[in-house]
Design a protein around this ligand. Structure first.
Ligand code: NAD
Length: 347
């Protein structure tokens, strides 16, 4: 990969790196765009096959955060950190790495604000907070925003309601059939929200415990994981995995709307057009699942859960605006969401 060509293709930006061989630290902070404010994005701590993979991941994810923050109207840009997880990591080494990472984040002077992501935990962010104030979501007992999942689920529900209004002309969800793929943190909270509004739930998961909870508490119907795509329903809500809208699954879909929490639902961009041609309305994932980011961004000012919830509620308007424009311009919804962001940021 030519790094600068790749950076140009993503319209970067800045890339910061810190290494300390004594403790096995290899950290990257990608700051994609700061035109709307400091970049917020989680810190990933996972193994990578190569430095190139880690760089690409950081750069791609930071760009995604720019888009998510902008489409949500937040005064933030996009950033992301990746720390390459050393093989055979010990708890002592983990502590050393996060102390060094905290100093690294602080040295960037607030351009990048970090928080939890895959492989990191609250205790890591507590260590980071000893070195910098540019960290969010670290310790709920110190007034931070805590678990983002209920806010993500609430935002998905609001956006799903906008899609229902746009596609089906209805203000309520009473009796609508929603097939949820994955009833973990977000999927379960979403299922509860939808149940409370009278929706009928069909759920799947690879965890029998997760399914049992929805069947018992919410009267959901269970289907096997490979059957969820073909369920006759109004809304398909992917809340487990990425790339589930693909050549194999699109022919099976019997829904009018795809609206769920998963990131990167379209296996390729062309699958957005394939959904459109099939007459299925797609609520773009990064606009729909921004509730967690909106919630944690509130902490940057002064955390108030009620204000965060009110802001998450506006996902309804964001999704409705995207769907209206996509309809008028006869374009896939994901393309329109990207264009809205690019008009805001790059003019
Ligand atoms: P989670 O791990 O708590 O839940 C995922 C669920 O999917 C689990 O119950 C898991 O058993 C199930 N699952 C895994 N493979 C499956 C399969 N093949 N078929 C059916 N079910 C399967 O994760 P989460 O925090 O609920 O996040 C769900 C999705 O939403 C992820 O893609 C995540 O990136 C995205 N997301 C989450 C948040 C958040 O606030 N947690 C915010 C934005 C986006």
């Amino acid at each position: 990969m030519d790094l600068f060509d790749y950076a140009d293709s993503l319209r970067y930006g800045e890339l910061h790196m810190k290494a300390d061989p004594r403790i096995g630290l290899r950290a990257i902070v990608a700051v994609h765009n700061l035109s709307r404010g400091p970049g917020i994005g989680g810190c990933r701590f996972i193994e990578y096959d190569s430095t190139e993979d880690a760089l690409r991941d950081a750069m791609r994810l930071a760009r995604g955060m720019t888009y998510k923050a902008a489409i949500s109207g937040l005064d933030h840009g996009g950033g992301k950190a990746v720390i390459v997880r050393p093989k055979g990591l010990t708890e002592e080494q983990r502590g050393q790495i996060f102390h060094a990472f905290g100093e690294f984040v602080d040295s960037l002077g607030g351009q990048y604000i970090t928080c939890e992501d895959s492989g990191t935990r609250v205790s890591d962010m507590n260590i980071v907070s000893e070195h910098t104030s540019h960290v969010l979501g670290f310790d709920p007992s110190k007034g931070s925003s805590g678990d983002p999942s209920p806010f993500t689920a609430f935002g998905v529900r609001r956006g799903l309601q906008a899609a229902v209004k746009f596609k089906l002309g209805r203000d309520d969800l009473e009796g609508l059939r929603v097939a949820i793929q994955g009833v973990g943190n977000v999927g379960y909270h979403l299922a509860r929200e939808l149940h409370d509004l009278g929706a009928e739930l069909i759920v799947t998961d690879v965890s029998s415990g997760a399914i049992a909870r929805c069947v018992k508490e919410l009267g959901a119907t269970e289907v096997a994981p490979n059957e969820i795509y073909g369920v006759d329903c109004d809304i398909f809500a992917p809340c487990a995995l990425g790339a589930v809208i693909n050549d194999h699954t699109i022919p099976q879909l019997k829904c009018s709307i795809v609206a769920g929490a998963s990131n990167n639902q379209l296996a390729e961009d062309r699958h957005g057009e394939a959904l459109r041609l099939k007459g299925i309305t797609y609520a773009p994932d990064y606009a729909l699942n921004a509730g967690g980011l909106i919630n944690v961004a509130e902490e940057y000012v002064k955390y108030d859960a009620e204000v965060a919830r009110q802001k998450c509620s506006l996902i309804y308007d964001t999704i409705f605006q995207i769907l209206e424009r996509a309809g008028a311009e006869e374009l896939p919804e994901g393309v329109v969401a990207d264009r809205i962001v690019e008009e805001m940021i790059f003019g």
